[in-house]
Design a protein around this ligand. Structure first.
Ligand code: DGJ
Length: 710
């Protein structure tokens, strides 16, 4: 039986590849070292499952587990030909290996199904797999599910995934891993504010820099599932795939269905697991180019009040403080005076914009900024000319409309006429205004979403793929056009959408206290340059809390920087302070957007700390944020992970630190310490008030392999 051993960046994947059964992963996790054929065979014999008390043969867990092997957990493939062939048996398999990519081509000769499995280990150590099913039978094959399963070695004890809601996305939740299934199913027709994002099985000591974690992410923006299963025989599996609605995929003879990529990120600590996603994304040829332009988005500045003079003033002030991309949000198209009408009517409203958007666009460009525009192409308001002309272009089941959400419905992009119409509108707007950027929004769930164009059948699968195609066609229309994926804030954060978009909007909540955690956990999947990160107004529009500019600006500092604040209400002094922050970000964004993200474990109560370390560890920036009043005073120390232990760093504040008490020595900018000491002992947290933070810049001053002495 053939074994294939892939190794990259400290990760090993050992695959068992029989010719009469689907491939199985025998090991995925810490690097096994350079094993020869004999050692691999011996190890495989150790790792192969043994017979348990239920069946007389060992139960293999293939990448797509089959019930015919005795497997009683969630099956990989579920489906049937009119009730027949419901239990697949892929018994003829051939393999091809290309570098660190394995392709298995399998046949179930009885059911006449073909299955192609692709597994690859990226240079970042990120594992990914997908499956393609082909119906070779004359009868149509109803596909219910096609999940991919990654076994977790060892004895993980904990599960960690994410939950959330509108304006509070990606909140971590942790629980013991017990026998049974932990199932996170999403039927929202979009990724969801409450998406699992990455589901980890982990050791009990898991932290950002310690313990072991195996994470699974389904890269898909429609319905999907993540699950962890622990069997009575003590095996742990992570699984996932698209969640198909009844009858949604029926393969006619010769037709195929392909799963989304299912990603596996192993890490010694959560930071290492996150870094595999980041490195994988950064290595893509289409990764957004540096530097990321600083954005001004008009939403929280003016909402639907599109007054040209005010917007021109906003643009002038934006340019003055250093903004490089001006984005006009919702409210510019026909009948859109509030959120109740107009979606679908993608024509600039002459009642508000008698000369089109041209006067604004001209000024924005004259000021040296790029111009971007908000759209919500997948949606339609019943109160729109489009809905009145084409009521059948709304996703619905039978005669009933789905319950309204934000007074809108979903446009049926699986209907070729609706698709062509919306594409024409998008391309016309891109051409007319030479758009540099589209903020592509999506503000409701797809529920009860059938397509009249397809006999009322469930349409989330086809709709999601239509959206991906539309995004690609629009992006291709103008070189350099970038698209932001937004969905009621941060409800579309997944690696599927990021194959078609250039950044995500993490949340509608810009309150820096909330953002500390939203950004911290969004970073589990995405590097900072892909996360829209804006400075909001002094009083948060979603929480009512008030914060100093320094705290708002420092919190947003690490991401794709921007402003979402009515600059026309600012004094010259405030504009000056804001300009300083933007200039500071520009000076450091090359580091922030290429470095390794580190989050600090064991911070004192109420304190959060994280940072970015340059790829060559020659410099780093950390933020220490005080989110509460600590029970003890002074607030204690934090350790700085990620630095080179043999390099001596000078530590200095990036901005003046607002200390309320005796300042630690580093605040003077004269402290120098080696990375080893900073990782082991760390620095004192400055005496900050709650809702204040300090940014530290560390720069290498010299190598010191023999020990540091002054
Ligand atoms: C929801 C988005 O998350 C906001 O940023 C804003 O674009 C509104 N939609 C506009 O309707």
């Amino acid at each position: 039986m053939h074994l294939h051993h892939f190794r990259a960046a400290g990760v090993s994947v050992l695959l068992e590849c029989p010719s009469d059964a689907l491939p199985a992963i025998l090991h995925w996790g810490r690097d096994l070292g350079p094993l020869g054929a004999g050692a691999l065979a011996d190890l495989a014999a150790e790792l192969r499952p043994r017979s348990d008390q239920t069946v007389e043969v060992p139960i293999r867990t293939a990448l797509v587990p089959e019930s015919r092997t005795g497997w009683t957990g969630l099956p990989g493939l579920s489906g049937h030909h009119h009730g027949e062939h419901w239990s697949p048996a892929f018994t003829a398999v051939t393999y091809e290996v290309d570098g660190q990519r394995l392709t298995a081509t399998a046949t179930d000769p009885h059911a006449r199904l073909g299955l192609t499995l692709t597994v690859e280990l990226d240079p970042s150590g990120l594992l990914r797999a997908r499956a393609e099913l082909r119906n070779g039978h004359d009868l149509p094959y109803t596909l219910d599910a096609l999940n991919l399963v990654l076994p977790v070695p060892g004895n993980p004890t904990d599960l960690l995934d994410q939950a959330g809601r509108w304006s509070k996305e990606r909140i971590p939740q942790r629980r013991p891993l017990t026998v049974g299934t932990h199932l996170r199913e999403n039927r929202r027709g979009r990724t969801g504010a409450d998406a699992a994002t990455v589901l980890f099985a982990a050791t009990a000591d898991l932290g950002f820099g310690r313990g072991q974690a195996w994470g699974l992410h389904v890269g898909f923006s429609g319905n999907h599932r993540h699950y962890a299963e622990r069997t009575a025989t003590g095996r742990t599996m992570l699984g996932g795939g698209e969640l198909l609605l009844p009858g949604e995929v029926i393969l006619e003879s010769g037709q195929t269905y392909r799963t989304p990529w299912v990603y596996g990120a192993y890490g010694h600590g959560l930071d290492e697991a996150a870094r595999r996603f980041h490195d994988h994304l950064r290595a893509r040829p289409g990764h957004p180019p540096a530097p990321r332009p600083v954005v001004l988005n008009t939403w929280e500045a003016v909402y639907f009040d599109h007054d040209l003079d005010r917007l021109l003033d906003l643009a002038d002030r934006a340019a003055r403080v250093g903004v490089e991309r001006f984005v006009l949000d919702d409210g510019w198209f026909l009948g859109r005076r509030d959120d109740g009408a107009g979606l679908g009517d993608w024509y600039v409203d002459p009642a508000v914009w008698p000369d089109g958007l041209h006067p604004l666009v001209k000024r924005v460009r004259a000021l040296g900024m790029e111009f971007g525009l908000w759209m919500e192409p997948e949606m339609i308001n019943p109160d729109s000319d489009l809905a009145r002309a084409h009521p059948d272009w709304i996703l619905r089941t039978g005669d009933r409309l789905p319950p309204p959400a934000r007074r809108q419905q979903v446009l049926d992009l699986t209907n070729p006429a609706a698709y062509a119409h919306i594409k024409e509108r998008l391309l016309a707007l891109v051409a007319e205004y030479d758009l540099d950027f589209i903020k592509w929004d999506h503000n409701r769930d797809l529920v009860d979403a059938g397509s009249a164009a397809h006999a009322g059948r469930a349409a989330v699968h086809a709709q999601t793929h239509a959206v991906y195609r539309l995004l690609d066609e629009v992006r291709a229309a103008r070189p350099g056009l970038e698209i932001e994926a937004c969905s009621s804030g941060g409800a579309r954060v997944d690696l599927g959408i990021l194959q078609h978009a250039d950044r995500v909007w993490a949340s509608d909540c810009i309150d820096p206290v909330e953002r500390q955690d939203i950004l911290r956990w969004t970073a589990q999947l995405l590097p900072p340059e892909l996360i829209g990160s804006h400075i909001g107004s002094g009083r948060s529009h979603t929480t009512g809390r008030r914060h100093d500019l320094a705290f708002r600006a420092a919190t947003a500092f690490f991401g794709h920087y921007g402003i979402e604040w009515d600059l026309t209400s600012l004094t010259d002094a405030e504009l000056g302070e804001l300009a300083e922050w933007i200039a500071l970000h520009k000076r450091h964004r090359a580091l922030l957007h290429t470095g390794a993200v580190v989050r600090v474990d064991d911070t004192p109560e109420g304190v959060r700390a994280h940072g970015v370390v340059a790829p060559d560890a020659s410099q780093a920036i950390y933020e220490i944020a005080m989110l509460d009043r600590p029970a003890t005073w002074p607030p204690g120390t934090i350790r700085l992970p990620g630095l080179d232990p043999d390099t001596v760093y000078r530590i200095s504040p990036l901005m003046p630190v607002a200390s309320h008490g005796a300042e630690p020595a580093w605040v003077s900018g004269r402290l120098e310490l080696p990375g080893s000491a900073l990782a082991a002992a760390g620095l004192s947290v400055p005496p900050l008030f709650p809702d204040q933070s300090a940014l530290l810049h560390l720069t290498a001053v010299r190598q010191d392999r023999d020990g540091f002495s002054t």
